[in-house]
Design a protein around this ligand. Structure first.
Ligand SMILES: C[S@@+](CC[C@H](N)C(=O)[O-])C[C@H]1O[C@@H](n2cnc3c(N)ncnc32)[C@H](O)[C@@H]1O
Ligand code: SF4
Ligand code: SF4
Length: 363
């Protein structure tokens, strides 16, 4: 019998399904149920979840507040402060479309790391089209540069990172994005493989995928094929840039796995297993807990203690299902099975309490 993993390493709070964008890669914004907001966990319910997690995990864990767009929840700062006050570290991610009035609050908040999604740098249209809203590039760029300036002036320790999905239209933006990060002394950048938009569904309408029978949609396969040669060249260059000291958060092994993927996505299913069952613990806006975001919930944080959910029969069933999974989202940063030996040593020692910060920032 397999030994049960002691504790998860990556905790995600998807605090809302709501989003104001219309990204072509993500289906979350399409869910517009009238009662979505009223069904979300209240501030006190999130705090109780934090207390329960603290009792189980102890201090020092990184948590990622994501969504939907997490900054649409007015209590995000209160929740971050509370998490910080009981010994957790908070990262968050944002499309940055509406955060300008919050810059001061962000700088003074308990959020220690903010990942801003940005899909291009030399051509704003690529980013705007991927996000489905004109002006989103300008807002994301303003957020990155202004927050960086304010952070430096106030000597705040907020980490500011960029999260970029790689797709055919922006593959030539990857290297200029890294150069931008280095030139402007942004903390770092994480690249994310484009996944099936079906995996990015709002939880309130999520119809859990048949992970063992999954077949990649034809159009997505064609997209990968159309960019594969260039993608492999670009990833080789990213590896060189990382070796030269540019702050690219993806591990070498993940970058190498991306090359394998672009050569033939199906090889990934044969060579990389998915370990989310023993690493991930994600709570959705309504309190449902998932180890794999594409599978059924294994419990609800309002009804059960997290340590009981972790060892219940639904979690065991989920872990079993991961073994026959035919999906490619094992390549996503939040799911990729990292080998810590390949992490940059200085980075690892700084964040030795948890790998969450690197991984969840980019789902
Ligand atoms: C789901 S969003 C939630 C946070 C916030 N709304 C944002 O966009 O930054 C988290 C990350 O997933 C990325 N993402 C969206 N669709 C994706 C897809 N099909 N494949 C891979 N990553 C995707 C986004 O660009 C973003 O960096
Ligand atoms: S990727 Fe983020 S910004 Fe885009 S629709 Fe999904 S949740 Fe919203
Ligand atoms: S690859 Fe991993 S994260 Fe994706 S559906 Fe399968 S088990 Fe879940």
């Amino acid at each position: 019998m397999n030994k049960l993993p002691e504790k998860p390493q990556q905790i995600t709070f998807d605090i809302t399904d709501r989003c104001q964008m219309k990204c072509v890669t993500c289906n979350k914004w399409k869910a517009e149920l009238p009662d979505m907001m009223s069904k979300e966990l209240t501030t006190d319910e999130w705090k109780k979840a934090l207390d329960d997690l603290k009792n189980w995990l102890g201090e020092g864990y990184w948590f990622c507040f994501s969504g939907g767009e997490p900054f649409l929840r007015k209590d995000i700062f209160e929740l971050a402060d509370y998490a910080h006050s009981i010994g957790f570290k908070v990262a968050s991610m944002s499309n940055a479309f509406s955060i300008k009035p919050l810059y001061d609050k962000i700088i003074n908040s308990s959020i220690e790391s903010l990942n801003i999604s940005l899909n291009s740098i030399s051509n704003p249209i690529i980013h705007d089209e991927s996000r489905g809203r004109e002006g989103s590039f300008e807002k994301a760029l303003d957020s990155i540069l202004q927050l960086k300036k304010m952070r430096d002036e106030k000597q705040s320790e907020l980490g500011i990172n960029i999260a970029t999905i790689l797709f055919p239209e922006n593959i030539n933006e990857a290297v200029p994005l890294v150069e931008f990060v280095t030139r402007n002394k942004i903390n770092g950048i994480m690249f994310q493989l484009l996944d099936d938009a079906e995996s990015f569904q709002a939880y309130c309408v999520r119809d859990c995928s048949q992970t063992s029978n999954y077949i990649m949609p034809k159009e997505l396969r064609l997209k990968y094929k159309s960019m594969s040669k260039r993608a492999i060249e670009v990833i080789d260059r990213l590896i060189e840039m990382k070796q030269a000291g540019h702050s690219i958060y993806n591990s070498y092994e993940q970058l190498k796995a991306m090359k394998v993927f672009f050569n033939n996505p199906d090889d990934i299913l044969k060579t990389i297993t998915c370990d989310v069952g023993s690493t991930n613990f994600a709570i959705d806006p309504y309190g449902d807990v998932r180890l794999c975001f594409n599978m059924d919930p294994v419990g609800n944080i309002k009804d059960s203690k997290p340590e009981d959910i972790w060892i219940n029969s639904e979690s065991a069933k989920c872990r079993n299902l991961t073994k026959s999974c035919k999906m490619y989202c094992r390549m996503l940063n939040c799911n990729f099975k990292h080998d810590f030996a390949n992490f940059n040593n200085s980075v690892l020692s700084k964040f030795k309490t948890s790998i969450g910060k690197f991984l969840c920032g980019t789902k």
